[in-house]
Write a protein of this length. Structure first.
Length: 100
């Protein structure tokens, strides 16, 4: 079954998020770009606490690890994101997407 990944960043916001996506060749508004293999869902926003939260569902931790090693780590560094996020993995017992 798929696994959810939650990143919580302090001191990071939409400016850094947009810069990372630009380095990755991803257009979140249009839903277009060079999406990584194994990524099933992605969302991001600022929590009430002020933390910047990225929530994803991956086919496996290995798929996410390949993306981190091959592209994401470099894009984070190139965009000046040096904050170490709090990371939570959640082995899912259910995952559905709904139209609309």
């Amino acid at each position: 079954m798929a696994e959810a990944l939650i990143y919580e960043f302090e001191g990071v916001g939409q400016t850094e998020y947009d810069a990372v996506n630009g380095k990755l060749g991803l257009d979140m508004a249009a839903g277009e770009g060079d999406w990584p293999d194994g990524l099933l869902m992605h969302s991001a926003g600022t929590a009430d606490s002020g933390a910047f939260v990225v929530s994803e569902v991956w086919s496996s931790r290995e798929a996410q690890g390949k993306f981190m090693e091959s592209r994401l780590g470099e894009a984070l560094a190139a965009s000046g994101v040096t904050a170490v996020p709090r990371i939570t993995w959640v082995p899912l017992i259910a995952h559905r997407t709904f139209p609309g």
